[in-house]
Design a binder for this molecule. Structure first.
Ligand SMILES: [Zn+2]
Length: 379
């Protein structure tokens, strides 16, 4: 049998134990002290076989960059494994959603997105070292502390390390029960539409008022029309607010709108449409802010080549790997937008990211760990 797969199978209980440790160290994005504790736990785990550095994360926790000590004499080029230390789960979630193993799965906050992926990478490195398998490139691991909240603080560091790499392997969760990799991700934008109208008593003085709520409702209908499903363009007015009382013509209203694109070249035209919004009722004023904050990860020839390589390596283990387009963004969007071949979704197979049923499949732990190891040995 394949030695990396055998190693991963033999160590599956240890991998599960590390996942448990990582999940039980809660790390919500908005608690820098908690994220720093998590970063310290990962650093301590890696210290025996990596040079560990941290970078300030502003109002978030520290970002972690580790350079692996791997077998093989002459290293040329660099491969970066990329992930995040933060989760969407507030401190104390473990009380209602404790880590547990049941029904062939590991359950707990952040287990799928994406603490299992971090554990797989750590054991992939251990496997290569213990089996003395030469690795041709320098290997970095970067874990960002602010991925779930937009990656503003980590983005420059991600881009700097990606620019020096010939490939980026993203340890985010796989797609679906088959465990498909992600060869494309939509780009993500956010807009706020603020409408200012004119307040008036709805009974005494109705005609003197200009309703911001009515104006916003009309604008929402227009904005929703920007969606082009066939091109992978979606526009979602996700949050609205406005008005003060039922008998007052509303003076203020606002909407927060999410925009997704498959192709970078669709973004400027959409941004222009948002900026060009003009009021139906001229007594109202509209202010539009926002724009694209994550470029799409496009399925470039470099991405496809990387995927084909992973597919061949998986086939050697008897695993058939599929690919998918994800509507959600990751830090892989930034590295792919630089033109660096990026393969995403190398983490766990499971379901329920950001949801109470968050869980990963135990029977896929070994194969995913071995796949990461094989990629590191091949790139
Ligand atoms: Zn994630």
């Amino acid at each position: 049998m394949d030695s990396l797969l055998a190693y991963s199978q033999n160590h599956a209980p240890e991998i599960a134990a590390l996942i448990r440790q990582l999940v039980e160290c809660e790390s919500p994005s908005d608690s820098p002290a908690a994220v720093d504790r998590f970063v310290e736990l990962v650093s301590d785990t890696m210290a025996p076989f990596a040079a560990v550095k941290t970078f300030p994360g502003g109002r978030f926790g520290k970002h972690l960059v580790c350079e692996m000590k791997l077998p093989g004499r002459k290293k040329s080029g660099q491969v970066m494994a990329l992930g995040h230390s933060d989760t969407v789960w507030p401190l104390g979630t473990l009380q209602s959603m404790p880590f547990r193993e049941a029904d062939g799965r590991l359950w707990g906050p952040g287990v799928f997105d994406m603490k299992a992926g971090i554990a797989f990478f750590i054991f992939a490195v251990k496997a290569l070292r213990d089996l003395a398998m030469p690795v041709p490139s320098r290997v970095l691991l970067q874990l960002n502390s602010d991925e779930e909240v937009g990656s503003d603080s980590s983005r420059p560091l991600t881009e700097k390390n990606a620019a020096r790499s010939q490939a980026v392997l993203v340890l985010e969760p796989a797609t679906g029960p088959e465990g498909k990799l992600k060869t494309a991700r939509k780009g993500v934008g956010a807009f706020t539409i603020a409408v200012r109208g004119k307040a008036a008593h709805s009974g005494l003085d109705f005609e003197a008022g200009a309703s911001a709520v009515l104006e916003l409702a009309r604008q929402i209908e227009r904005i929703a029309g920007f969606t082009r499903l066939a091109r992978g363009v979606t526009v979602n007015p996700g949050v609205i607010s406005g008005g003060t009382r039922v008998n007052v013509v509303a003076a203020e209203a606002r909407a927060e709108v999410d925009m997704r694109v498959v192709r970078l070249r669709d973004a400027p035209a959409l941004e222009k449409k948002f900026r060009a919004l003009r009021p139906f009722d001229e007594r109202c004023a509209i202010e539009v802010t926002g724009g694209l904050n994550r470029p799409p990860m496009e399925r470039s020839p470099g991405v496809v080549r990387l995927f084909r390589k992973a597919q061949a390596l998986a086939r050697d283990m008897g695993v058939e790997l599929g690919e998918s387009l994800s509507g959600g963004g990751s830090d892989g969007n930034f590295t792919a937008a630089l033109g660096i071949p990026t393969l995403d979704g190398l983490g766990a197979v499971g379901e329920g990211a950001h949801a109470p049923n968050e869980s990963i499949r135990v029977d896929r732990i070994a194969e995913r760990t071995a796949l990461i190891a094989k990629l590191l040995a091949a790139l």
